[in-house]
Write a protein that binds this ligand. Sequence first.
Ligand SMILES: Cc1ncc(C[n+]2csc(CCOP(=O)(O)OP(=O)(O)O)c2C)c(N)n1
Length: 352
Amino acid sequence: MATHTAEPTAGGAAVEHLTLEDRVWLLRAMLLMRGLEERAMTLYRQGKVPGSFYDGYGQEAVSAGAAFAMGPQDRLCILHRDLAAHLIRGVTPARILSQYMGRAAGITRGRDGNVHFGDRQLGCVGMVSMLPDMMLVATGMAMAFKLRGERRCAITWFGDGSTSRGDFHEAMNWAGVQKLPVIFVLENNQYAYSTPVEKQFAVDPVERAAAYGFVGVTVDGNDAEAMFEAARAARERALNGEGPTLIEAETMRMHGHAAHDDMKYVPKEQVEEWRKRDPIERQEARLRDAGVDIDALRAEVKASIDEAAEEALAGPMPDPSTATDGVFCSGEAEPLGDGQAPWSGFSSGGAA
Ligand SMILES: Cc1ncc(C[n+]2csc(CCOP(=O)(O)OP(=O)(O)O)c2C)c(N)n1
């Protein structure tokens, strides 16, 4: 039940479980996430992305590292700051940009908000916007896995603001009582819209895991390999019947709440301080030391985003006559898929 802080990785624990190819995949996923969101922001300013636009600039390691530790049969409830998780499961950049622009080739085929999506064939559950209801969805799935005796787990991400909601406590309690195979990733990015953490909670929220009877760990959320290692260990506990884990990922929301927010309420020095801990620069430095050609990787990622943008922009809007298709289930539900993750295969890849 101990609450402890994960050791920093710097060449340590995470590397034990990651090949060089895996470590490059972590960087690729983060570069893709940042590049796609930057492109989406440009498209938003050009009026091509309806609604507002939410991104996870500076937080890429949280979703990349944790999602990378999951196996094909695991289920992911992914939030709007966690695009790298979708990419790691195999959602293509063209489908993501099509989604943002409400096009027919988007994941929801033009339905719902631009960041509300999930491809169940890839193990990504459709995003529920009411925060943090996906904690309950993940807990429910984990309950089903336990009842069916299946060796798999569910994971979900949510922000610091979510911890003040009743749903957070309900999910934590039930997961603890039932010792469910579920991983809760608390993305502590210092602000919930304009509310800073000191006005959000009176205790470090990771302490709450012990109060509900399970392990809580605090991790440097700007370190993809540390995130991976914390999620890998949490998954191992989950599959061994040792119950849930709360991972508090310390990070910073480097952009406004969404495209419409200039975040005047955040002190500039705070942002500058966190800029020095950029997760992409950190992973690049490690891999450069390991002999990886970072420029070539960046060029590969940029080319794939350019191609995706071209494809998405050329794609049609949904046919209005299909607006009500897929809203209600008719007949047989599609079976859930196990993903076709493009990663080289974090070696346990669901087999553990
Ligand atoms: C129940 C509920 N109340 C309000 C909102 C509107 N809303 C969306 S994001 C957000 C801030 C969430 O802050 P936090 O949980 O810290 O996540 P962050 O945006 O910082 O990643 C709010 C208030 C919502 N989606 N659901």
